[in-house]
Design a protein around this ligand. Structure first.
Ligand SMILES: Cc1cc2nc3c(=O)[nH]c(=O)nc-3n(C[C@H](O)[C@H](O)[C@H](O)COP(=O)(O)OP(=O)(O)OC[C@H]3O[C@@H](n4cnc5c(N)ncnc54)[C@H](O)[C@@H]3O)c2cc1C
Length: 413
């Protein structure tokens, strides 16, 4: 590697959860790192976005910056009840005495992404990691020796490795000539954050402290509705019908009506954020450049429908593994260094394929209107009163399979 490149910090493009984690994980491995971010420092990060932080993600964050996983547990909440309704009637409801489980970390923490990112920023401040704001990555030229980067503010950078964590529209990905193809969901989804009443904690709210999925909710004109508590509010997801105009459904007047009918009139003025989505199911055709110097991570590498909450959780896993690969590669001979980066790509491409498939199963189920799918749901709903597994099937299916991706290898036996 050239002297210039190897002496410099590893550059991370993007200060979303992937880039922030990558920088923390690099520092945890003794690797100097800096972040290049396109946005200004005082930007707004609207909406709750990823609220479901898996237990394994909490552990990853704790390992990389002791206290961070615990902060997200302290700031978040663990809802104790799974509840599913079918056209106005309960078909499954289960409350757990110890919903977080008995481990060091709970199974999950429900905390808005903006809070997660705030704690990551605090950790990076504490470690003295530089975030260069208003410094969108413009060009990326890699060679066997390192990477030359230019940013939109006119600066030039030398670095041994780049982590491309610059989100779904990744410029880094474009610069290394990687394709990004996939599908878009047929239905649109409306996602809204509704604040708790009068600064209540969730447990003080008049509506039950539970995760609710309601199939064909009469209060929402027969649309599927999901309601999930997080610290300070409720996440309301409404699945548009095929002939809906999503912008109309998401309009202020319409959302006031939906919220009033689904949650109660008291909540009508508490809608804090509304957004309309057609979810993308997309993956980069490779996660590294030809010279094994640029690693794509997070949404720069894959976009998933959020059902099953694999989005941010898999982004953080990418970031952790990218840092591991770079930390070893920096100290290794050229052949081992290449192999480490390839191993990263093999593992995380396999994980992304698995996660896409799992999120796709959830999406297919939710959108499914083939006679077989409709019949399956109808039969399960009709059996649910007498046969709990039928209700549990309806409760489980919108989130797809539960398992984490299998670990992949590059051909070693
Ligand atoms: C409505 C919604 C709900 C969601 N719910 C969940 C959920 O429940 N669970 C879950 O796990 N996930 C969820 N997600 C997904 C989660 O929000 C994303 O997976 C996560 O934000 C991706 O992180 P990232 O860092 O890869 O990308 P981003 O968060 O998009 O961050 C990319 C960063 O790169 C910056 N950038 C862009 N271009 C450049 C450039 N050229 N140079 C430098 N910087 C650049 C951007 O400004 C941004 O700061 C949800 C997402 C949405 C939108």
């Amino acid at each position: 590697m050239s002297e210039t490149a190897s002496e410099h910090p590893v550059l991370v493009a993007g200060a979303g959860p992937t880039g922030l984690t990558a920088a923390l994980a690099l520092r945890a491995r003794g690797v100097p790192a800096a972040i290049l971010e396109r946005d200004p420092e005082d930007r707004d990060r609207d909406g709750s976005r990823a609220i479901y932080v898996h237990g394994s993600t909490l552990k990853t964050l704790e390992r990389n910056y002791p206290g961070l996983g615990q902060d997200l547990v302290d700031e978040g909440l663990v809802w104790p009840t799974r509840h599913t309704k079918w056209r106005g009637k309960t078909v499954f409801r289960r409350t757990y005495d110890n919903p977080g489980g008995g481990g060091e970390f709970p199974h999950f923490s429900s905390v808005p992404q903006v809070v997660t990112e705030r704690y990551m920023h605090d950790a990076l401040d504490d470690l003295g990691v530089d975030i260069h704001w208003d410094a969108g990555v413009d060009t990326v030229d890699s060679t066997a020796e390192g990477v030359h980067v230019t940013t939109e503010d006119g600066r030039e950078w030398e670095t041994p490795y780049v982590v491309g964590a610059d989100g779904g529209g990744s410029q880094v990905r474009t610069e290394i000539g990687v394709d990004f193809d996939g599908e878009q969901s047929e239905n649109s989804f409306i996602i809204a954050d509704v604040a708790t009443l009068d600064g209540n904690t969730i447990a003080e709210e008049p509506i039950p402290f539970e995760r609710l999925f309601h199939y064909d909710d009469p209060a929402a004109g027969g649309r599927n509705v999901m309601l999930v508590p997080f610290t300070g509010g409720w996440r309301l997801d409404i699945q548009c019908l095929g002939d809906d105009d999503p912008d109309e459904v998401a309009s202020e007047t319409s959302m006031r009506e939906f919220v009033t009918r689904i949650m109660g009139e008291a909540y009508a003025d508490n809608v804090e954020w509304t957004s309309t989505y057609n979810f993308l199911q997309v993956m980069a055709d490779r996660f590294v450049d030809d010279h094994r110097r640029v690693l794509l991570a997070g949404e720069a590498a894959h976009l998933l429908a959020p059902f099953g909450a694999r989005g941010m959780n898999s982004c953080i896993a990418d970031a952790d593994e990218a840092a591991s690969a770079i930390a070893v590669a920096r100290q290794a001979n050229d052949a081992v260094a290449r192999n480490e980066i390839e191993l990263y790509a093999a593992r995380r491409e396999r994980a992304a394929e698995y996660n896409l498939d799992a999120a796709g199963q959830a999406l297919d189920y939710l959108q499914g209107d083939t006679p077989v799918t409709v019949l399956q749901k109808e039969v399960a709903a009709s059996l649910a009163d007498h046969f709990e597994p039928a209700g549990e099937y309806l409760d489980d299916a919108p989130y797809g399979p539960h398992e984490a991706p299998p670990i992949a290898a590059t051909g070693n036996y």
